[in-house]
Design a protein around this ligand. Sequence first.
Ligand code: HEC
Length: 187
Amino acid sequence: MSNETDKEIAGHDYDGIKEYDNPLPGWWLMTFYGTIIFAFIYVIHYESGSGNTLKKDLEIAMAQIESVKTSTGPKVLDSEDVLLEKAKDPKLLVVGAENYQSKCASCHGAELQGMIGPNLTDDFWIHGKGNMTDIITTVRTGVPEKGMPPWEGILKNEEVLAVASFIHSKHGSKPANPKEPQGQKVE
Ligand code: HEC
């Protein structure tokens, strides 16, 4: 390609092949120099400046996850679908069963059949409809005036999720000597 600015370079003539001075287009050069300048700023910012490296970003994100997991305070709940998915985790169910037996069985029975507290395996629910979101909410806030303690601040978020998953997994398990139904039947 040639244009008016092309100049033949004097003396550069090899067996009839002449060399022309074809300057690179301005926009191309600007882009090229731009990338060089950008690279300098980038390296200085991330290597010796304040910019976080990817590793540091990951550390910050992991620390946030850890603090949400171990926190006992309120947090934005996942959607029911996400909770149901998490509730299938066998390891979580083991943690849930342990927490249930040590903290809940005294009132709800070792088989969740109900004693002081209601049967947690039947289709009847006093609070909500027995889905994960409802169970978690009741466990967190409790019903102090009816004798159900609030567990927020005692159980970690992860443990509330675990114990709720355990209860959810026992739905329809038909334990012996169930307590009479309480609340509304959920179809
Ligand atoms: C001191 C006794 C006691 C303990 C301990 C206890 N609960 Fe309860 N729980 C109750 C009572 C009583 C109710 C019924 C509240 C009402 O009538 O509104 C209840 C209700 C519930 C409900 C709602 C049931 C429904 O029909 O809506 C859930 C879920 C529940 N408890 C889970 C748990 C979990 C999980 C634990 C352990 C972390 C636990 N409870 C520990 C006494 C207890």
